[in-house]
Design a protein around this ligand. Structure first.
Ligand SMILES: Cc1cc2nc3c(=O)[nH]c(=O)nc-3n(C[C@H](O)[C@H](O)[C@H](O)COP(=O)(O)OP(=O)(O)OC[C@H]3O[C@@H](n4cnc5c(N)ncnc54)[C@H](O)[C@@H]3O)c2cc1C
Length: 380
């Protein structure tokens, strides 16, 4: 009697989940990718959708189309709500549970408001094409309103606040000033566009934390020279519909505040009865399997995978993709009766764009690039 084919269920068709499904193309398994959306999002370019440089279709690809030609893979649209560990089934809000032999959790991260009042209600997050498009419309609408009634500028109609000086905040702030200079200025000839301002707020004393201090300073200098007002060591106390309240007591009127200040693990992690680390990330063994559940692996933003010195890996696309490659290899090892191996993340460098013709890039060997050369590297 032939053995039943192993069923691999992957929760999330993002950078990690999709890569794993593709890596299992020739494996003797059936693969089901279950995602709450039926498309894969290239999140690093969301800021370009928000600033009208790209259309949403350019960064969202149908999961079914990507996996169409893969005979052993299928896509299931659905919101995963939990896991029945005893029965070996993934619970999905829509339809029947999904039985699995191997479960891989790759549900990513969500925006974290750190419990700050008003962020959830009034700030704009930037995690999906829909959110990016909503932000784009909101930004352009501010100029329409100010064009119709310039007195609104006095109460913050054209003050755009970006909270969080990480790579996303820096890229977005740089792209916003470009949108204003290159597009809005031409489209609104009757409006005093010089009165628009982009404010980048960061709680620590530097921007783009993963970078070398010299790159951080370069990013700050480039943004400032392009007209972004950068405020370091500035904390947000509360956000309302028409202002941001800072911890030093200052109130900045604005109708557009974008929150890029942090992420936490997808709340699905809180429902699984598994140990969690900082930011809600799921504790994993060295091989990325879950303690006590060797049939389950966690990859990408959701996993609390660590360097040898114990520091958590950075939540970036290459981590998710390398985790996927690793899990595919471990499943193959298990099929051969071999022991699994520990996961080692290879840092391939970091990069952030600061608008057209400017970027900062760093390679793991310590080489740093800035300005146009780094921007060209980003395009390559
Ligand atoms: C604005 C922005 C800019 C970024 N820029 C960069 C960058 O320049 N470089 C870089 O390396 N990284 C960048 N990142 C981080 C990078 O996108 C993430 O590290 C990466 O996407 C993590 O991959 P993942 O597979 O863990 O999760 P994701 O790619 O987020 O995929 C998670 C998937 O799970 C699905 N999902 C979530 N919950 C459920 C559920 N309950 N049921 C079913 N499906 C679910 C989601 O729909 C999604 O498709 C950026 C992120 C953002 C938000």
């Amino acid at each position: 009697m032939s053995r039943r084919t192993e069923r691999v269920v992957i929760v999330g068709g993002g950078f990690g989940g999709l890569r794993l499904a593709q890596e299992l193309k020739d494996a003797p398994v059936t693969v089901t990718v279950v995602d709450r959306r039926n498309f894969h999002t290239f999140q690093p370019l969301l800021y370009q959708v928000a600033t009208a440089m790209l259309d949403p279709g350019a960064i969202a690809r149908s999961l079914r189309a990507i996996l169409r030609s893969q005979a052993n893979a299928e896509v299931r649209l659905g919101m995963v709500t939990g896991v029945d560990w005893d029965a070996g089934r993934v619970m999905v809000a829509e339809g029947e549970p999904l039985p699995f032999d191997v479960l891989v959790l790759a549900a990513g991260a969500v925006t974290s408001d750190y419990g700050i009042a008003g962020v959830a209600e009034h700030a704009f997050p930037l995690k999906s094409p829909q959110e990016a498009l909503r932000l784009r419309h909101h930004v352009l609408e501010r100029f329409e309103r100010a064009d119709a009634d310039p007195t609104l500028i006095d109460t913050g109609e054209l003050t755009f606040v970006v909270v969080g000086g990480g790579p996303t905040g820096v890229e977005l702030a740089g792209a916003l000033v470009e949108l204003i200079d290159n597009v809005v200025r031409k489209d609104f000839p009757g409006l005093n566009v010089d009165r628009a301002c982009v404010l980048l707020i960061e709680a620590t004393d530097h921007l783009i934390d993963p970078f070398h201090p010299r790159s951080r300073e370069n990013a700050r200098h480039t943004l400032t020279s392009r007209g972004v007002e950068v405020r370091l060591e500035t904390k947000v106390d509360a956000v309302t519909a028409d202002a941001v309240h800072l911890a030093d007591g200052q109130v900045v009127p604005t109708r557009c505040l974008v929150w890029t200040a942090g992420v936490r693990a997808n709340p699905l992690a809180d429902t699984l009865g598994l140990a969690q680390a900082q930011g809600g990330r799921i504790v994993v063994e060295a091989d990325l399997s879950v303690p006590g559940h060797p049939q389950c692996f966690v990859i990408g933003d959701l996993a609390a995978s660590r360097e040898d010195d114990g520091t958590l890996h950075p939540q970036m696309a290459p981590l998710a993709q390398q985790g996927a490659d690793h899990v595919a290899a471990q499943l193959e090892r298990r099929r051969r009766g071999q022991a699994t191996q520990p996961f080692h993340y290879k840092n391939k460098g970091v990069m952030a764009t600061i608008g057209r013709n400017a970027a900062v890039a760093e390679l793991p060997n310590g080489m740093r690039f800035r300005g146009r050369l780094a921007w060209v590297m980003w395009l390559a």
